[in-house]
Design a protein around this ligand. Structure first.
Ligand code: SF4
Length: 459
């Protein structure tokens, strides 16, 4: 049994190589998943450039993100003037249906009153027929991670548009921060089971787009304003993840808002990675639809179990270090438990204070896991040296640790900056779990093969 490592008081008060990304980045991804929406970063040019660069490198798609372009003068007198200019420019250049505004550290420190500023802009421009919808989210990066920005932006959109009306048979799905491939898979599952859904956000095509030879200022796809309005009238909301935006105790999720304001029942599930979590998801769909899981998915489940049997001798008893967003690592650990991999370190840059509690309650691991939130990559590296895992599972930012220690890295989640196909990694459902299982098993097999003194080509 692995012993929990006692961590002394941190020698560093600063973060060294953060295992998280900046808050408006999460908000920007959500705004990219809304039809006709342009994200606008309210802050300095560098914030928008960093977010744009980061997203393009992972998704390999054009990611237009506007900026209010703060200068020294703005930092002293506030960002109202710049925001007004940016809104005019973005409206003229893109003719968007929505501009999604995410604040930055600087505008938050200045204390720009976004509600008041946008109210003034709308009043000043009420005769302008091209005036788009304006939605903003407060995303101070010193108070959270990209995950907070993501969930808070979803809340802001639902809060801005959800309108009470006649109840429908729609199911709201709030998948959280998954890959475009995961969103495409989710949509297919709902279609196959015959359920109409409203997915917020839906960047399944926008951030994994087809080549048309034409540059599209506003790529097709995304959740529509009409769908956002209708979220108030759906039969239920399904929300993946347990930590969500709860690092701020005052935060509410979109599904919680719809339940408390419009009586739309909220169903909260683990991200469906692994058989147990995917079974729970399909059981929920069966109970909502009153239909059995389609044969296609029963077959996928059976094949996955077959793969578990085939591969257990390569994965069972291996030790893993897992890092990433809090809800993502919770789901990954649940999957690793069922294939017999011991997670020796679970780390996240998130600091909700909930990670340990949720893992103990929802995953109930059979062995001791060192669970550390508010962890950075340097701390992960130091702990890896002590724990000597067989595999590291997480995004590409941990590559330097894997390289230095000679431990293989299975790349999952976000960001993947040193490989192609980050947007095509499927993590969820039986199909996504199958892909993860093969990836992890083959990564371990390759390491054994590379370290073999004789080399072999048959196993
Ligand atoms: S200043 Fe704040 S908002 Fe801007 S990139 Fe840095 S962390 Fe993100």
């Amino acid at each position: 049994m692995e012993k929990a490592i006692e961590h002394k008081d941190k020698a560093f008060t600063s973060t060294r190589n953060a295992c998280k990304v900046c808050t408006p980045l999460g908000g920007s991804i959500v705004f990219k998943g809304i039809e006709g929406c342009v994200p606008l970063i309210h802050g300095s040019q560098g914030c928008a450039t960093y977010i744009r660069r980061y997203l393009i490198s992972h998704y390999k798609e054009p990611v237009d993100i506007a900026s209010t372009n703060f200068t020294e003068e703005t930092a002293i007198f506030g960002g109202e003037k710049n925001l007004f200019i940016a809104l005019k420019n973005v409206t003229k250049q893109y003719n968007p249906k929505i501009i999604g505004i995410a604040t930055t550290c600087l505008s938050e420190v200045i204390g720009d009153d976004m509600r008041k500023i946008l109210h003034k802009y709308k009043l000043d421009n009420k005769e302008d027929e091209t005036l788009p919808e304006l939605v903003f989210v407060n995303t101070p990066s010193f108070m959270g991670t990209h995950v907070n920005g993501f969930h808070d932006a979803v809340w802001a959109l639902v809060n801005a548009f959800a309108t009470s009306g006649t109840t429908t048979q729609n199911i709201n799905i709030f998948p959280g921060f998954l890959s475009p491939a995961d969103l495409q898979h989710l949509k297919q599952i709902f279609t196959d089971i015959g359920l109409k859904t409203i997915m917020t956000p839906d960047y399944s095509d926008i951030l994994d787009n087809e080549y048309t030879g034409e540059y599209e200022k506003l790529p097709k796809g995304g959740t529509t304003i009409e769908e956002l309005q209708q979220t108030a009238n759906s039969k239920a909301s399904i929300e993946f993840g347990y930590v969500l935006n709860k690092s701020n105790s005052k935060s509410q999720t979109a599904a919680e808002y719809l339940e408390s304001t419009f009586d739309v029942p909220r169903i909260n599930l683990n991200i469906p990675i692994g058989i147990k979590a995917t079974d729970a998801f399909f059981e929920t769909l069966e109970s909502i639809s009153k239909k059995e899981t389609p044969e296609k998915y029963r077959k996928q489940r059976g094949k996955l179990i077959d793969a578990y049997v085939d591969g257990h001798k390569y994965v069972f008893g291996k030790k893993a270090v897992v890092y990433g967003e809090e809800d993502f690592v919770i789901a990954m650990i649940s999957f690793l438990e069922e294939i017999g991999i011991e997670t020796v370190l679970c780390a996240s840059g998130g600091s909700s204070g909930l990670l340990k509690k949720v893992i103990q309650e929802k995953v109930n691991p059979k062995h001791t896991i060192n669970i550390n939130d508010n962890f950075d990559f340097e701390e992960i590296a130091e702990t890896c040296k002590e724990l000597k895992p067989d595999i590291i599972i997480g995004n590409s930012k941990g590559y330097y640790i894997a390289r230095e220690l000679g431990i293989p890295l299975a790349r999952v989640g976000f960001p993947i900056h040193d490989r192609l196909g980050g947007s095509r990694i499927k993590h969820i459902g039986y199909e996504g779990t199958q892909a993860l299982f093969d990836l992890i098993a083959n990564t371990l097999i390759q390491q054994m093969q590379d370290n073999s003194p004789v080399g072999y080509k048959y196993m």
